[in-house]
Design a protein around this ligand. Structure first.
Ligand SMILES: [Fe+2]
Length: 285
């Protein structure tokens, strides 16, 4: 196993000379250390079966089962299926997921520390994931923005990103939203989190799920959110990864925001994601 570190100021270590089907406990420890250091890990030339892919995830941590069953692979609920490809004429998983800035499960009390993506069908035009390093963003924040977040808690809501399912037919939008809100009520997390292992601080906000800072008025929050997201999402903060066949990406949600590319031509696209809990709390309390 060889680890190629990224250049200064970039994220993403490439790991080569390793078959994910034959990872030892010692390799898994090195991979976890690499994630905590470089935030994103890239494996090339991999072709594990779904079973082998899940077995690898188990060596890294505890695979999670997504809270909505319509995202599950029919045989392997640990696989979150993002797909527009029909299988035996049937819809499997959900199409067009995660095309907004977010970090997975931010609207849960226990967010997902790690996530792994394994594309199965790559659209010809492009298949990319965009990343923002929120530890770097935190360090670069001007004092005016820092005042909004330092020592404050941010409100996180999943309901606005809920995707309509076949069971929602004939229901009113207000009733659908009320049911989703019951399942995933708004919660709060510190707006700045401290990594449980490295101690590095990260700005823990996303325009996908964060709706405000606790204690501010509606008007104050509108202004604060606009300024914070304009700063976070500026071009200079975005790093793009373009997938090649055989790539598997694994990254840390404590440190990164991510967003999936659009598929403007509607070409076939399918990937298997696994959310993984490591042995650490999400942030130092
Ligand atoms: Fe995601």
């Amino acid at each position: 196993m060889e680890i190629h570190s990224p250049s200064q100021g970039r994220i993403g270590a490439e790991i080569s000379q390793l078959d994910l089907r034959a990872v030892t406990a010692q390799d898994a420890t090195r991979i976890r250390q690499t994630i905590y250091e470089h935030k994103l890990v890239i494996f090339h030339g991999q072709s594990p079966s779904p079973e082998e892919y899940i077995a690898f995830a188990r060596k890294i941590g505890r695979p999670q089962v997504y809270f909505q069953h319509n995202y599950h692979h029919p045989q392997h609920p640990e696989l979150f299926v993002s797909s527009n490809v029909l299988e035996d004429g049937k819809k499997v998983g959900v199409a067009g997921t995660g095309r907004y800035w977010h970090t997975d499960y931010q609207f849960f009390q226990e967010p997902l520390p790690l996530v792994m993506v394994y594309p199965q069908v790559l659209p010809k035009a492009k298949r990319e994931t965009y990343f923002i390093d929120m530890q770097r963003v935190y360090e670069a924040m001007p004092a005016e923005l820092r005042a909004y977040v330092e020592g404050h808690r941010a409100i996180q809501e999943g309901k606005w990103r809920y995707k309509i399912t076949p069971e929602d037919v004939d229901k009113a939008l207000v009733d659908i939203l009320a049911a989703v809100e019951k399942q995933v009520p708004a919660i709060t997390h510190p707006a700045v989190i401290e990594h449980p292992l490295t101690g590095r601080k990260s700005l823990y906000l996303s325009s996908g799920f964060t709706t405000g800072i606790e204690g501010l008025t509606h008007e104050e929050n509108r202004a604060a959110m606009a300024k914070l997201f304009a700063f976070i999402e500026q071009e200079a903060h975005v790093q793009t990864y373009s997938y090649q066949p055989g790539d598997i990406l694994l990254w840390e949600n404590r440190a990164l925001l991510h967003k999936a590319s659009d598929n403007p031509l509607g070409e076939p696209s399918k990937s298997y994601r696994i959310g993984i809990y490591d042995e650490l709390p999400f942030y130092k309390s």
